[in-house]
Design a protein around this ligand. Structure first.
Ligand SMILES: *[C@@H]1O[C@H](CO)[C@@H](O)[C@H](O)[C@H]1NC(C)=O
Ligand SMILES: *[C@@H]1O[C@H](CO)[C@@H](O)[C@H](O)[C@H]1NC(C)=O
Ligand SMILES: *[C@@H]1O[C@H](CO)[C@@H](O)[C@H](O)[C@H]1NC(C)=O
Ligand SMILES: *[C@@H]1O[C@H](CO)[C@@H](O)[C@H](O)[C@H]1NC(C)=O
Ligand SMILES: *[C@@H]1O[C@H](CO)[C@@H](O)[C@H](O)[C@H]1NC(C)=O
Ligand SMILES: *[C@@H]1O[C@H](CO)[C@@H](O)[C@H](O)[C@H]1NC(C)=O
Ligand SMILES: *[C@@H]1O[C@H](CO)[C@@H](O)[C@H](O)[C@H]1NC(C)=O
Length: 868
């Protein structure tokens, strides 16, 4: 379960922005229908403006010479004087040039050009001469470059919104002092880091009420200032800057009228100062996604107006204070992903009757409430994963009638689910109760058309799957994700799949399912992943599945299936095909090469015979580098997102001899595993065109002939296992180019000659070369004769890699990962460093994938570390 908080915070932003202007717009619009007539000069100025603009959607079609300009769309006039006073041209898909003719509109006080596309041109400097402007909105209009100082001349300006443009910056902000009337200032997403005195400048505006400076690359809140007098401030939004210091003392007397304070996604350190709770009118406080530590001060109970409190994703510890339970207006409480200890009980929620959203996941807390507790709240969002709630089923849930999101995965709940459970969950949109030990007969579960995600993986759900799938009361379901893997479901897959056509992700793995794959599964045309692994399913894969053209992932490993169907080549979107250990016989069909998006081909441990198709280079996803966009859409194919929460596929693979589980990092894997079959013939030379392949395992077959000469051009390879075949000839010298190789097993073949020298090939243990009686040279104990030497020379200079790092590798004399671990292992797990580069890779086992993604960074780091 991954919860995407960035998205959440952004959504949040949208709904508190004031709606006053849209209201006034309608008001003026109504008025303008009266008999005002347009000033001719204004009209000509507007027509000139129109000529300069590109009007893709013809929103300016009413702007014609024949009509009164006061009734043109987007134009409002001041009735008394018949002059144009407002231009509402927002979100109109306009581009082109903003004409200086605007200057003729001497009475214009409102100009909204937000949400258009001015193609990364600078903000016109003449706007700074439109002295009557009170409102200027250039938000999201794709302006670039320096924000013109001339804007500082607009002394009547009350609203200035320049946020969310592509690439705006300031050299300084001193020019702003002229904006003496400013009330609402939004410079978000502009680079302000060059102005160190931004705070002193902004706090001089006597009427400033709302200040939005998120994503502004600001470095400091100037903690040394004793006092900052933001007299009238009501909204302060400083999120996503780089304040990696403590919350300054001056926050406590920021402004007694402050209602909203947002500072998430900085790197704020230290404790939460109790004095911040002196801001007693606060309704929204967001200090999430920082590095704050220490406890939540109990004076948090003084925030009597607070409606949303975000303290999630910090390093806060200690127990959660009971005074939280006094915050009777609280609707949203986010405290998850912290290091809290101790117990949370009824007292913490005593007066929280308005609470709707609770995020408490991933904090080592014990949620210990009485079994007859009836909470004062009705939650709609409850994220309580990885905290201790069990062993008993949380009976208070029964009182919650409005839940749309429930995550109580990994919360230690065990034993029988209560009788009301099966019906109760039927109206929750997103359910994740995975990784508990809940016992429940699946046929007791009812799913209305509201439920989109049901993840009950790794529990003790039992009963025949057909009873569940075929129940009458479930037929109207609109389920998109069903994960019941790792339970005790039994019996044959039913013929009721036509009732489950909304399914996108289906995981029935690791149950006790038997019988064939029914033809009716072809009805699942929306399916993107089909997981049947680790059951006792037998027989043919029905050809009806070729109708499931959206399939990205097929996992049928560990069953008793028969042959790989030829039509598999028609499922052209397939990215992962895992059929290992499933008793497949016959040949690997050439059609597999039509799967140009395939990145994981795992057919290991079957009885496949014949030769390896010589067309594998057609699998372009393994042959060609890809753009960032493709990689992004690839990631999303294994990720189901609903609102701001998601479900991610996890797949078991064996990249380097050990089975590993891949989740988000699946996108870095490119693997061919054909090991432990009955394959014969030689390794097709075309395989060396798979330049993006990372893991290649052909071991334990009957392959003969030579290792392809150009294998060294597969520069991304991290692991090669050709062991236990009948390969003969020399080890190709080009292998010394494989600088990322961490595993090379050539044992038990019939290779001969000298192991190419002056490369990391010597760093591998000799066991990876044994069983080749005619192989000689380091690291094998057998010395080479003169003859061996002359036959297979690989001088230092022959490494054709011209990248600046190759000499580094050669000098290192160790396999990349070996050397890496020996020298810089500790650095690798340095927390901040790791987070900076990998974010999600929080398991040690993930690291191999991420190294390939960021290898340049890694090399720099490694070098720096070696130079110490
Ligand atoms: C400016 O325009 C944006 C986008 O159209 C809008 O969301 C925002 O509320 C406007 N700002 C003000 C102060 O009205
Ligand atoms: C803050 O500034 C306002 C006007 O700018 C002034 O009236 C007030 O006294 C100042 N407050 C303090 C505590 O200095
Ligand atoms: C700021 O607040 C602190 C305590 O919160 C108080 O002692 C101090 O007098 C205040 N300063 C001003 C200038 O208001
Ligand atoms: C609120 O603040 C006052 C001091 O200003 C303090 O005495 C009181 O204990 C606080 N209340 C809570 C619930 O912490
Ligand atoms: C199943 O859930 C338990 C917690 O109840 C967890 O410890 C275990 O790792 C999970 N197993 C799998 C395969 O996810
Ligand atoms: C292995 O393949 C050979 C021919 O390629 C065939 O004769 C033999 O029967 C196969 N063995 C098995 C166990 O499939
Ligand atoms: C091993 O390779 C040599 C040539 O290097 C060849 O003469 C010999 O027959 C091969 N042995 C086997 C068992 O294939």
């Amino acid at each position: 379960m991954v919860v995407s908080f960035a998205a959440h915070h952004v959504l949040f932003l949208v709904w508190f922005l004031p709606a006053t202007f849209s209201l006034s717009f309608f008001f003026f619009k109504a008025e303008s229908i009266s008999n005002v007539s347009c000033n001719e000069r204004d009209k000509q100025a507007l027509l000139t403006l129109k000529r300069g603009l590109t009007d893709h959607e013809r929103v300016l079609s009413s702007w014609s010479d024949h009509k009164d300009c006061c009734i043109w769309d987007g134009v409002l006039c001041d009735e008394k004087i018949g002059r144009v006073s407002e231009l509402h041209l927002n979100n109109s898909k306009l581009s082109g040039e903003i004409s200086g003719s605007l200057l003729q509109l001497e009475h214009l006080n409102y100009l909204d050009l937000s949400g258009n596309d001015f193609n990364c041109t600078p903000i016109p400097t003449f706007l700074g001469s439109m002295f009557s402007l009170a409102y200027l909105n250039l938000t999201s209009a794709n302006f670039c470059g320096l924000i013109p100082h001339q804007l500082g001349n607009l002394s009547s300006l009350r609203y200035l919104s320049l946020g969310s443009n592509s690439d705006l910056y300031v050299d300084n902000l001193r020019w702003m002092s002229g904006l003496s009337a400013i009330q609402h200032l939004d410079l978000s997403y502009s680079d302000l880091h060059r102005e160190v005195d931004w705070l002193q400048i902004m706090s001089k505006f006597p009427s400033l009420s709302e200040l939005y400076l998120y994503y502004c690359q600001l470095d400091s809140l100037n903690p040394s200032l004793g006092f900052v007098n933001f007299t009238s401030l009501r909204v302060l939004h400083l999120s996503e800057n780089h304040f990696n210091h403590e919350i300054p003392n001056w926050f406590s007397n920021l402004s007694t009228s402050l209602l909203k304070l947002f500072m998430y996604g900085n790197s704020l350190k230290g404790n939460i100062p109790p004095s911040i709770f002196n801001l007693e009118k606060l309704e929204f406080l967001d200090l999430g996604i920082n590095s704050l530590n220490g406890p939540i001060p109990s004076s948090v109970g003084n925030l009597s107006c607070i409606r949303a409190l975000y303290l999630d994703q910090n390093q806060l510890n200690g127990t959660i204070p009971k005074s939280l339970g006094l915050l009777s207006k609280l609707e949203t409480l986010f405290v998850g992903k912290n290091s809290f200890t101790g117990t949370v009980d009824e007292g913490h929620f005593r007066k929280l009757s308005k609470l709707k959203k609770l995020y408490m996941s991933e904090a080592p807390l014990f949620f210990n409430v009485n079994s007859n507790w009836v909470p004062p709240f009705q939650l709609d969002y409850a994220s309580m994963s990885s905290i201790k709630i069990g062993p008993n089923f949380p009976s208070w849930l029964q009182s919650q009638k409005s839940l749309s999101f429930l995550d109580m995965s990994m919360s230690g709940i065990s034993g029988k689910a209560p009788g009301w459970f099966g019906n109760w969950i039927s109206n929750i949109t997103f359910i994740n109760l995975s990784n508990n030990r809940i016992e429940c007969d699946v046929s007791d579960i009812f799913l209305s058309s509201t439920v989109k995600v049901l993840n009950i993986a790794n529990n003790t759900f039992y009963g025949p799957i057909s009873t569940f799938l075929c129940q009458k009361k479930i037929r109207k379901n609109k389920l998109e994700v069903l994960d019941v893997s790792n339970n005790l479901l039994s019996g044959e897959l039913s013929h009721c799949w036509k009732y489950w056509q909304s399914l996108i992700h289906l995981n029935l793995g690791s149950n006790n399912l038997v019988g064939g794959i029914p033809y009716s599964m072809g009805a699942l045309v929306n399916l993107q992943s089909l997981r049947l692994q680790n059951n006792s399913i037998w027989g043919d894969i029905p050809s009806s599945l070729k109708k499931c053209l959206n399939l990205r992932l097929i996992d049928m490993g560990d069953n008793h299936l028969s042959v790989i169907p030829l039509w598999i080549g028609e499922i052209t979107n397939l990215i992962v095909l895992r059929l290992r250990s499933s008793e497949f016989k016959g040949y690997i069909p050439q059609q597999i090469c039509q799967l140009s998006s395939l990145r994981v081909l795992d057919l290991a441990n079957n009885s496949l015979s014949g030769s390896i198709p010589n067309c594998l280079k057609n699998i372009s996803a393994m042959a060609l580098p890809e753009s960032y966009d493709i990689s992004f859409s690839y990631l999303s194919s294994f990720m189901y997102s609903y609102a701001n929460v998601s479900y991610a596929e996890n797949v078991q693979l064996v990249p380097k001899g050990n089975e590993l589980e891949y989740k988000e990092n699946l996108k870095f894997v490119r693997l061919i595993d054909l090991s432990s079959n009955n394959l014969s013939g030689s390794i097709p030379v075309e395989i060396s065109d798979l330049f993006e392949l990372r893991f290649l395992n052909l071991s334990r077959n009957h392959l003969m002939g030579k290792i392809p000469e150009k294998i060294g051009s597969m520069k991304e390879l991290e692991s090669i296992d050709f062991s236990r075949n009948h390969l003969s000839g020399k080890i190709p010298p080009s292998m010394s180019n494989l600088t990322f190789l961490g595993l090379l097993d050539l044992s038990y073949n019939n290779l001969s000659g000298r192991i190419p020298s002056s490369t990391q090939l010597q760093s591998f243990d000799s066991v990876w070369y044994i069983g080749n009686p005619q192989l000689c040279g380091d690291p094998l104990p057998k010395n080479c004769t003169i003859e061996d030497q002359s036959l297979n020379r690989s001088p230092i200079g022959s490494v054709e890699d011209d990248s600046k790092n190759s000499s580094f590798y050669i000098g290192m004399g160790a396999g990349f990962s070996t050397g890496f671990w020996a020298i810089c292992g500790a650095l690798y797990f340095n927390r901040t460093w790791r987070h900076a580069y990998f974010g999600f890779a929080n398991e040690i086992k993930d690291w191999i994938y991420v190294t390939t993604m960021i290898k340049m960074n890694l090399l720099e780091k490694l070098r720096a570390c070696l130079n110490k």
